[in-house]
Write a new protein. Structure first.
Length: 207
């Protein structure tokens, strides 16, 4: 059985996983999850948390972007030098990874609230949006120098892949206008030249 990634072409978590697969030269089949309101684990390739992405292998399913990226790396023929979150021992670098992941989760929460057609004008929604803006503003100030201090011999880092997926997703889903964050945009332009980024451009899967 080959590798199968279940997710959405419009998902930043799914794009992170797919970029890893391409960077590691792994073939996989992509299975779109079309109904985000589905309440059956079967609709999410067996994930009981009803979340995506999911990696399905001959041994079973792997849940979650970081978990999947680790498994993809283990399955790659080449020995890639990957910088993982636990390798970020410096305070600012660790905080950068945390804020990227928190920002990604916050963005998903805002999108799901809109999909559910709930009131987005309350105090909680205001705080959620402020959290997102504050995180992106912090990343604008700190992420470039953090990336410059990563090991130059690395093949890839989870931080740069997840950060690229996150920042480019903001404009795609029109959750936050990130055009004014000049340093983050420069990072995205540079990383976006990679074939793996070009092969995983955001789009909406058909229903």
């Amino acid at each position: 059985m080959g590798l199968r990634i279940a997710g959405r072409s419009s998902s930043h978590f799914t794009r992170t996983v797919r970029i890893f697969a391409h960077e590691l030269s792994l073939d996989y089949a992509f299975e779109p999850i079309l109904d985000l309101m589905a309440q059956s684990g079967a609709a999410y390739a067996g994930n009981p948390a009803l979340k995506l992405p999911v990696l399905v292998t001959g041994d079973g399913a792997w849940f979650g972007a970081l978990n999947i990226c680790r498994e993809l790396t283990r399955r790659a023929n080449a020995r890639a030098r990957i910088v993982w979150p636990e390798d970020l021992s410096e305070r600012v670098a660790s905080n950068a990874q945390e804020l990227v992941l928190q920002g990604m989760a916050t963005e998903v929460g805002l999108i799901m609230r809109m999909l559910a057609e709930r009131d987005t004008n309350g105090a909680y929604a205001d705080k959620t949006r402020l959290s997102l803006v504050n995180s992106v503003t912090w990343l604008e100030a700190h992420l470039p120098q953090v990336l410059q201090r990563l090991p130059p011999e690395r093949s890839l880092s989870f931080l740069e892949v997840s950060a690229f997926s996150f920042v480019t997703h903001l404009g795609f889903r029109q959750v936050l206008n990130a055009a004014g964050y000049v340093r983050l945009q420069q990072f995205c332009r540079e990383f976006g030249r990679r074939p793996s980024a070009q092969l995983t451009e955001y789009q909406f899967d058909g229903s």
